[in-house]
Design a protein around this ligand. Structure first.
Ligand code: SAM
Length: 229
């Protein structure tokens, strides 16, 4: 799967790309991440890509020309057409079913905003998918882009050691519940014992206990997932 990330701060990604699962997936050629600095499409001699908002108000707005030029130019760099995603707090909330849908695609372009966000005409011209990672305001779209990459690559076959693992995760469409409590060694810590049922090797009983715990936890913490919002 190919990711193209458009950002004013490509260096933010370096540490993240060189670590853990993502680094392994890149080395195993399961994932490619291409970083593009939007300033490269600025017509200004100082490489400016932002300007003051019409109508007044605080902050700066990302200009339509360099943004659209960057998106169109990067789109043409591969035969596979990318699903263009602009990260914005006003977009569709990122939930696991959307992550699962994105994981079926071959190429995603992630466009990161900064300052007060984008000139509206970027959306009007490009007609991207607009995605928010939650109801809060980040300083830029880079962390949001990393969130999408991180969530999506887990679902690409071969990236995780155990292919069943994502199916058991909280929110997955094959589960839709919160995950049950998990334990590892030691069996006892400060008087807290691992539940007996997990030690007896009876897989039917273990599955049943886990299902009950998942349901209970979802009812206590996230009734909205059970359609009882
Ligand atoms: N003025 C904008 C508003 O109120 O909607 C917020 C701009 S924010 C400071 C700058 C950039 O960070 C946005 O253009 C977007 O790319 C990114 N960003 C901030 N919060 C985000 C969120 N919750 N989800 C996705 N992207 C976000």
């Amino acid at each position: 799967m190919r990711f193209d990330v458009l950002t004013l701060f490509p260096d933010i990604f370096n540490g993240y790309l060189s670590q853990s699962l993502l680094n392994k997936a890149i080395n195993n050629q399961l994932v490619e991440v291409h970083l593009h600095n939007v300033r490269d499409w600025s017509a200004d001699k100082h490489h400016r890509v932002d300007d003051r908002p019409y109508g007044g108000g605080p902050g700066m707005i990302l200009m339509v020309e360099p943004m659209v030029d960057a998106i169109e130019s990067v789109q043409s760099r591969d035969d596979e057409t990318a699903e263009v995603i602009v990260l914005t707090p006003t977009g569709e909330p990122l939930k696991q079913p959307l992550v699962e849908e994105l994981a079926t695609m071959k190429r995603l372009m992630l466009v990161c905003g900064r300052y007060e966000g984008f000139d509206q005409r970027v959306f009007d011209v490009v007609r991207p998918r607009e995605i928010s990672v939650g109801d809060y305001i980040l300083n830029g779209g880079e962390v949001a882009a990393m969130t999408i990459i991180d969530a999506v690559i887990r679902l690409i076959p071969g990236v995780l050691g155990d292919e069943d693992s994502p199916r058991q995760d909280s929110f997955s469409t094959s589960n839709r519940l919160l995950e049950f409590p998990q334990y590892t060694r030691p069996r006892s810590f400060r008087g807290l014992d691992v539940p007996e049922v997990l030690l007896n090797g009876n897989h039917a009983e273990i599955d049943n206990w886990r299902r009950t715990q998942s349901l209970q936890r979802t009812q206590d913490r996230r009734r909205d997932l059970l359609g009882e919002g």
